[in-house]
Design a protein around this ligand. Structure first.
Ligand code: CMC
Length: 391
């Protein structure tokens, strides 16, 4: 109509101003508050990255200790929340459980409805970051029929999550330092990624003034899709289906075939037209976890070979399709012991800090308006109603 810019998929529309995360997709650069993701993954901890995203600067030791104490104060969930789980079938996908249970938190924190109060917003952010590992572990425990394990605040964020997931009351659970480190790094790699689909969903939901717990539940729903967070699950399932490297050419041919909906999962990205810097760290972490656990996985060889073949194929070169964060993460998570259905849950857990930081940034922005895209109408022009008896 000339009135609106038509931009399906918002490929060229900036929906907000943000000081959190910078991506240069052509160069394969990802910065959080200016710091390169590789340096953060190498040198910092997830708690530091959470502090950085929420507050804009890296914490001093005293600030980090204080922040960590604040988060751990909120790790427990209301005992009544446990009964939500029993409403689900045991074989429910844990992402379905996450959508429901995280949304239900809204009903437990009525104080969080006053989003104009920065202190309330901060507490909601802390609650969400603190409770996501507890809820995620509960979703897993429910699916395998084991009792819920309460958090232990003397453990690290990642260590506590591993214990709540894999520990059982009958035995002492020993956190393996290399696995704890890998888990923490995976959380760092997923912490934020500017205006991706789920973050935009959280912002859009929040733009109406909705409760933050409900907004994060909306983000979880969006993340679930295989084109977004669900790709890590889909990528590992694909590698399992391919199996051995000799089958790769067949799948490469399928991925290139316009008439076949098959895509290489864990490949390609809306913004990166170069190697996803998170995939580089992820690939290195696979080896570290294998060494620590003294295991290996033939699917890793298949993945490396698939990457090599794809990166030398004109189709993938011309379309600038590279491995993304999800390509290798499944192999690590599987080695640690997570079933594939939990992969996207871990993504949601880690992305929660990005979601709440973006939500808070939006609410703090004086220019913030309700998100309300327009459309190009393609339906019938006005016509008169025909009574049922005359149709
Ligand atoms: N395998 C084969 N061909 C592909 C792939 C792939 N993985 N990804 C894109 N293409 C082709 C696509 O067919 C299209 O070809 P043409 O121009 O001839 O029609 C071209 O590349 C551009 O693709 P698009 O779908 O228009 O690009 P997009 O920016 O809308 O999609 C994407 C980005 C990530 C959804 C897509 O690359 C994809 O579906 N990848 C597989 C799923 C995946 O790994 N998702 C995780 C993304 S990173 C983590 C996250 O965001 O959660």
């Amino acid at each position: 109509t000339g009135l609106f810019t038509y931009d399906p998929g918002f490929t060229s529309t900036a929906s907000c101003e943000s000081a959190l995360t910078y991506i240069d997709g052509d160069e394969g650069v990802l910065l959080h508050r200016g710091y390169p993701i590789g340096q953060l993954a190498e040198g910092s901890s997830f708690m530091e990255v959470c502090y950085l995203l929420l507050n804009g600067e890296l914490p001093s030791q005293a600030e980090l200790t204080d922040f960590t104490r604040t988060i751990t104060r909120h790790t427990m969930v209301h005992e009544q929340l446990s009964s939500f789980f029993s409403g689900f079938r045991r074989d429910a996908h844990p992402m379905a459980v996450m959508c429901g249970v995280v949304g239900a938190l809204s009903a437990f924190y009525h104080d969080s409805t006053d989003i104009s109060d920065p202190d309330q917003r901060r507490i909601s952010a802390h609650r969400l970051i603190a409770k996501m590992p507890t809820i995620a572990a509960m979703a897993y425990k429910y699916s395998v029929g084991q009792p819920f394990v309460y958090p232990r605040n003397d453990l690290s964020y990642a260590g506590n999550f591993l214990r709540m997931t894999f520990g059982v009351p009958a035995e002492e659970y020993e956190v393996i330092p290399a696995v704890e480190k890998a888990m923490d790094r995976i959380f760092i790699l997923h912490a934020d990624h500017e205006q991706n689909a789920s973050t935009s969903t959280v912002r859009l939901a929040g733009s109406s003034g909705a409760n933050p717990f409900a907004c994060i539940a909306a983000g979880i729903a969006c993340l679930w899709g295989p084109a977004h967070g669900g790709a890590n699950e889909a990528a590992l399932n694909m590698l399992k289906e391919i199996g051995t490297p000799d089958k790769i050419p067949h799948y490469i041919a399928r991925a290139k075939d316009k008439n076949d909906p098959f895509r290489l999962m864990g490949f390609g990205h809306r913004v990166y037209k170069n190697y996803d810097p998170r995939a580089t760290v992820m690939q290195k972490t696979v080896r570290e976890v294998f060494d620590a656990l003294k295991v290996t996985d033939p699917l890793f060889e298949t993945a490396l070979r698939l990457e090599e073949i794809a990166l030398n194929d004109p189709y993938f070169v011309e379309k600038k399709l590279f491995p993304n964060v999800d390509f290798y993460s499944g192999i690590i998570l599987s080695a640690i012991g997570f079933p594939t259905t939990m992969f996207t849950v871990l993504f949601a857990l880690a992305r929660t800090v990005g979601w709440v930081a973006q939500w808070n940034e939006m609410i703090s922005d004086p220019g913030q308006k309700i998100g309300r895209p327009r459309q190009l109408y393609t339906g019938p022009t006005q016509r008169d109603y025909v009574p049922l008896s005359q149709r």
